[in-house]
Design a protein around this ligand. Structure first.
Ligand code: FEO
Ligand code: CA
Ligand code: CA
Length: 671
């Protein structure tokens, strides 16, 4: 069966219909009157855009909050200089790292990591049950938890490497790709596909020769898949719209899917994001509820799991067409149990993953926590990666205390959405029916069309969270150019987000924070919360850099701050991470045509905006997911959807893998 979205390597993972029709563009209309400083893109591709203004604060990291204590392992500006020689662009089917560095592929898809450790079969004949004990496909967000973390330690030689498996390449997964018999799919193929999704927890250790390996038989080694039992937590738990045949009291579901980026919590757990989950469900009804239309659930699913020939309950649930007498008799609400951040405790292998609904339901790219302070609320940020979607912030109701912190902190709090004003200021708009401003906007929208949704109100706060995008439309959030990963500078406290691209934005739709129509190459935005207090409801923002070809300039107050060269051209920034010293790592998922060539990872000095290309991936891949050991001497970088026979040239199947990068002299990466 030909599926419109299944090319051989599924190279467009961003299968995202434009589903925000709300046209929240209230701010470009008030351009420039209050403008003091501005950031614009110029240069070879930006010249035509130079009249379009983005504004912000020139070097807003240069105020008093930039020279603070430097976080736990960071330091002052001198620790963020880039000491390596930039690598050129590359079209080679291999990883490229700078002189003096080495790289090695690790934990490719299919590597046995748990259970009976079934061997990877290069002919594609591993069963579904075997895949449940092996590394999943399409490695994405990744974090290294030192093995002694819970005891207050900081091991850089042993830990739990936890990573997401975003989606799959059916052609590589099976012996002969996806098959259909009389229009149905063999159930074990479906089982294998579901098992190749989810999260892997791998206990790893470095030996005396510096070589990393799995700790075989470790009780921590674990797979979480698209079929693992999970709890619904937070305000949406128990809400009628999550009632299913599987969970008539709306407290449980099965699986997590399309896990893109992640976020380690301050208490040593892992939050996996559910991004493009809408594509896994099918609804053949003529009309669909707003919980589906605002996300783009269609009449057929990406992989046709609902057509598994066994008819087993865990597969038919992906058909969300109402068929029974009530919601407890079918899976009309199954898609309402997806779109959340999912907490996994890697140190408690028997623990059940928890979907944290207070953080909202949307296309979560990932999550990033602000540094915690004893006795203060927990704050985290999450982007919704679709064209014209938003950036959110969660502030917990309860204070953080290291001794008692846990996932419960994520179950009560306020979810805000960002409005980027044209004068370089910004506001966090509460999506809370108890907030007078939001309640008034909800009342005013009653009976109106909000985008393509005829708005008939919210039943309660659970309904608001279930329909987070709709709530953000009503609040007046700023539609962004596809927010991907966020990162918080450990030295300055500034928050950075990648805005990967948005070729659909028209001249009429530009706003100061997304100033380029037909934005094909993306940019990185950053902000400082008022008073460097992450719970603040206002902030000051600035564009850190515009991506693009040689000569693309980021101009602040008529001064060229960045002009891209052969050493740092890039497009479509996606993965983003501050290492423990405060260097910023930027990963790309964009055009791999000239002049950019293969996707890459660059390092940036946040103080000077110096940017250098550090790493180039193999042909056809996206470079996504990066973390290091606490000493920043071993770096883990994920390669997703390589196009052909990588990392093993003798294996015809491309295998997603982690790449371990080290410095030959044992030094700090990037320094
Ligand atoms: Fe999964 Fe938005 O990248
Ligand atoms: Ca991504
Ligand atoms: Ca992307």
């Amino acid at each position: 069966m030909a599926k419109h979205d299944l090319d051989p390597n599924y190279l467009d993972p961003n299968y995202e219909p434009v589903v925000n029709h709300s046209e929240n563009t209230p701010f470009h209309q008030v351009l420039s009157a209050r403008m003091q400083r501005r950031t614009v893109m110029k240069g070879s591709v930006g010249a035509a855009l130079a009249s379009v203004m983005g504004l912000g604060l020139a070097g807003c990291g240069s105020d008093s909050d930039s020279d603070n204590d430097g976080g736990t392992t960071g330091g002052n500006t001198s620790t963020t200089e880039l000491g390596f020689k930039a690598v050129p662009t590359s079209t080679a089917n291999q990883v490229v790292v700078p002189e003096g560095y080495s790289s090695e592929a690790f934990l490719p898809w299919g590597t046995p990591i748990t259970g009976s450790y079934p061997a990877y079969k290069p002919d594609g004949t591993n069963t579904g049950e075997e895949q449940e004990q092996q590394m999943g496909m399409h490695h994405d967000g990744v974090h290294f938890f030192p093995i002694d973390l819970k005891a207050g330690g900081n091991s850089s030689s042993e830990g739990l490497l936890v990573m997401n498996h975003e989606y799959i390449n059916q052609g590589a997964l099976h012996a002969n790709g996806a098959t259909y018999i009389n229009g149905m799919r063999p159930a074990d193929e479906v089982r294998k596909e579901i098992a190749a999704h989810g999260v892997s927890v791998v206990h790893i250790k470095r030996d005396n020769n510096g070589k990393w390996d799995i700790v075989f038989g470790s009780p921590f080694n674990r797979r979480v898949t698209g079929n693992t039992e999970m709890d619904i937590r937070g305000p949406v738990r128990g809400y009628d719209k999550l009632v299913t045949k599987y969970s008539p009291d709306a407290t449980e579901t099965r699986g997590t899917l399309n896990n893109c980026a992640m976020g380690p919590t301050p208490w040593g757990t892992y939050l996996a994001a559910e991004e493009n989950w809408h594509g896994y469900f099918a609804n053949s009804d003529a009309t669909q509820p707003r919980e589906q239309t605002r996300h783009g659930v269609g009449d057929s699913s990406r992989y046709d799991w609902e057509l598994a020939d066994s008819g087993a309950d865990q597969y038919v649930r992906f058909d969300v067409t109402p068929t029974g007498a009530s919601a407890a008799d079918d899976y009309r609400n199954e898609a309402n149990t997806y779109g959340f951040m999912v907490e996994i405790d890697p140190f408690t292998p028997e623990s059940k993953p928890q979907k944290r609904t207070a953080l909202g339901r949307f296309g979560h790219e990932g999550v990033i926590f602000a540094p915690v302070k004893e006795g203060e609320p927990v704050v985290c940020y999450s982007g919704d990666d679709s064209r014209f979607e938003y950036i959110y912030k969660f502030v917990s109701s309860k204070p953080y205390y290291a001794a008692t912190a846990g996932g419960y902190l994520l179950d009560e709090g306020t979810l805000y959405v960002a409005r980027f004003n044209d004068d370089g200021s910004g506001d966090w708009l509460a999506l809370d029916l108890n907030d007078a401003d939001f309640a008034a906007k909800v009342a005013a929208a009653q009976g109106e069309m909000v985008g393509n949704v005829q708005f008939d109100g919210f039943e309660n706060q659970a309904d608001v969270l279930l329909n987070t995008r709709l709530a953000a439309d009503i609040a007046g959030a700023t539609p962004m150019d596809r927010p991907e990963w966020g990162a918080v500078d450990p030295n300055s406290g500034q928050v950075y987000f990648t805005l990967t691209n948005n070729s659909r934005r028209t001249e009429e739709q530009v706003n100061a924070a997304n100033p380029n129509a037909n934005n094909r190459t993306g940019h990185i935005i950053r902000w400082s919360e008022d008073g460097n207090d992450h719970t603040a409801t206002s902030f000051d923002w600035d564009i850190f850099v515009f991506a693009g070809e040689q000569g693309t300039e980021t101009v602040v107050d008529d001064q060229v701050i960045v002009s891209l060269t052969d050493d740092n051209i890039f497009n479509s920034p996606d993965g983003l991470w501050f290492d423990y010293n405060g260097r910023l790592w930027i990963q790309t998922d964009g055009s791999d045509a000239a002049p950019y060539q293969n996707n890459m990872m660059l390092a940036a000095n946040p103080e000077t905006r110096e940017i250098k290309r550090f790493f180039v991936g193999p042909v056809g891949c996206e470079v996504t997911g990066v973390v290091s050991t606490p000493d920043v001497k071993t770096m883990f970088v994920n390669i997703q959807h390589p196009e052909a026979n990588w990392p093993d040239a003798n294996d015809p199947r491309p295998r997603d893998a982690t790449v371990i990068v080290t410095r030959n002299d044992g030094g700090v990466i990037g320094a």
